[in-house]
Design a binder for this molecule. Sequence first.
Ligand code: FES
Length: 106
Amino acid sequence: MSDINIKVTDREGQVHELLAPTDMAMNLMEVCKSYELPVEGTCGGMAMCASCQCYIISDHQLPEMGIDEDMMLAEAFYVKDNSRLGCQIPITKELDGLEVELAPES
Ligand code: FES
């Protein structure tokens, strides 16, 4: 079994428990979209739109932010200290139990 559990709180405060495969080269934005959560992913995961911005609630060790993600978040709205772009977070088994909240739509 290579699925992990992820909890996503949507913009209405509703919590969704997602099962995410670690063996399909998916990222967090794609998993949210596959569950039809309101994550647009307008740029297709290129770190160029911030529509996949989320706040990391649990204290998981995430891959370090790349320069593109850093620059996009510098321009995005509603950015907090724990903001990340979902499309830049690959689903790996280390992320089992991850909890995130979707940032407001900008
Ligand atoms: Fe556009 Fe993540 S999908 S920045």
